[in-house]
Design a protein around this ligand. Structure first.
Ligand code: BES
Ligand code: ZN
Length: 455
């Protein structure tokens, strides 16, 4: 192992240059720029081959999936999958970035770029750890296949088909994912629950074109106002409770013991949390803390809301339509399809007859939970303790990684969620960054983990 760690140390300057190259590729899945996605996938393919992995790009109905493996034909060792995603969130609004999103910049021990933390930097650390084994001729105690996809940020809808089709090749003893958070630089974590998600878009239409608000305003419904009213019926503005009938069906209550454990360190400091987000005060469903609001309670969010004139100055019109992009975060044991059906019914009942409504279903993912008591979890705990010098905390998180339930259903294995991101990494926000300290520790962790996971 000494050779592996010495290699990681010696080659670090090159690794950093490579990571810079990787994050300079604008692989934004939401905007559907196939050429950019392909370019990024091909960069990754070439890189995996260069470090000694046997790598293939598999086309899908969407963006290609990369599989890069250490597995030879005589493989008899345990086989683990390392999952990651090379797609990134849209960088807009661009004017809020201190340095351009796809021009990686190092400042104060952090690399700033879209995708640096979510998720390129994190899975790149695992790739480098395996490179260190290969290039120092250190035998790996297990076989490892990297599955790195290009559609996580848009719901991974083509990945389950890919897993089903390649079930034999991907048969594995476990999955390792670094695409979650740790509470702070000092506190590593193992995440044992993620929220699920259900997405849809709604459009209300009035006149078949924008019309003069002086000539026609008052005689017809304003679609933007109608949408504002309609969306406002979804949630009680005081209690924060979602008012869709059946929405909370199946939501499981947590034991007092687990709820208490969630608040044990200073992550429970609501004032610090408020100040970090720079809001006048926190909001949330009555009876729950901000930690619970973001982990064990379901939500409904408007992610985008558009209507009418968006240019400079004023334009006196009644807009032809109003549009919203909406997602709901789901917790055990809510089902995306049932929740969507309940919300559709609510909106249909509450929509006024003065406009027409169209609802388009989007992606969905089930919530994820596993008891963090397996031998694999203990193995990860030992490796984390060795590298971080601290015991990991066991946490629930509010984000979603759609493929984790597919890994369980299709391959029959759980995912070890060992995040290297920090809550202030600005994932999905302007000025995303990744701590270089975590890049280094992520590589060391990648190296140590395989020693422990020989169960
Ligand atoms: N890295 C996140 C998932 C995450 C975020 C886990 C925070 C734990 C805490 C991932 O890249 C992500 O953003 N996923 C999307 C999935 C969605 C588009 C289906 C998400 O959660 O919005
Ligand atoms: Zn993300």
């Amino acid at each position: 192992m000494q050779k592996v760690h010495a290699y990681l140390k010696k080659e670090y300057p090159r690794f950093l240059e490579e990571l810079k190259e990787y994050v300079s590729l604008a692989s934004v899945s939401a905007s559907g720029d196939k050429k950019q996605m392909q370019k990024c996938a091909e960069w990754l393919l070439a890189h995996c081959r260069k470090i000694g992995l046997s790598a293939t790009l598999y086309p899908t109905a969407g963006n290609p999936v990369l599989v890069a493996t250490t597995k030879g034909s005589a493989a008899k060792k345990l086989h683990y999958i390392v999952y990651g995603h090379y797609d990134v969130q849209p960088p807009e609004p661009l004017e809020l970035w201190k340095t351009p999103p796809f021009t990686p910049t190092i400042r104060g021990g952090k690399i700033f770029a879209r995708g640096s933390s979510d998720n390129k930097g994190q899975h790149f650390a695992h790739l480098k750890a395996v490179e260190a084994y290969i290039k120092t001729y250190t035998p790996l105690p297990c076989d490892i296949s990297f599955v790195i996809e290009g559609e996580e940020e848009v719901g991974s809808s083509n990945l389950s088909f890919f897993l089903k089709k390649n079930k034999k090749m991907l048969a594995a003893d476990g999955v390792v994912i670094s695409d979650t958070n740790m509470p702070s630089l000092k506190t590593p974590a193992i995440t044992y629950a993620l929220r699920g998600i259900a997405a849809f878009e709604i459009t209300l239409r009035g006149p078949d074109r924008d019309v003069h608000s002086g000539s026609y305003g008052g005689s017809i419904e304003n679609p933007a106002l109608a949408l504002a009213h309609l969306l406002a019926t979804l949630r009680d503005k005081k209690t924060g409770k979602i008012l869709v009938s059946g929405f909370y069906d199946g939501v499981c209550a947590l034991s007092a013991k687990e709820r208490k454990a969630m608040h044990e360190d200073d992550a429970g400091d609501a004032e610090r949390y408020r100040a970090f987000l720079k809001v006048p005060c926190l909001f949330g469903e009555k009876g729950f803390s901000h930690i619970e609001h973001t982990t064990i309670r379901p939500t409904i969010e408007i992610n985008g809301l558009t209507s009418g004139y968006q240019g400079i100055g004023s334009k006196t019109i009644v807009p032809s339509l109003a549009h919203a992009k909406i997602t709901m975060r789901l917790v055990p044991h809510q089902e995306p399809q049932k929740v969507i059906a309940a919300v559709r019914k609510h909106l249909t009942t509450h929509c006024p007859t003065t406009v027409t409504m169209e609802i388009k279903n989007g992606h969905g993912a089930e919530p994820y939970f596993f008891e963090p008591t397996s031998a694999a979890v203990s193995a990860a705990e030992r490796a984390i303790k060795r590298v971080f010098g601290a015991q990991p905390r066991f946490i629930r998180e509010g984000g979603s990684i759609p493929v984790v339930t597919d890994f369980k259903k299709i391959l029959g294995v759980h995912s070890l969620l060992i995040g290297l991101a920090l809550p202030d990494d600005n994932a999905h926000s302007p000025n995303e960054k990744f701590e270089l300290a975590n890049f280094k520790r992520g590589m060391a962790l990648g190296a140590e983990l395989w020693q422990e996971l020989v169960l």
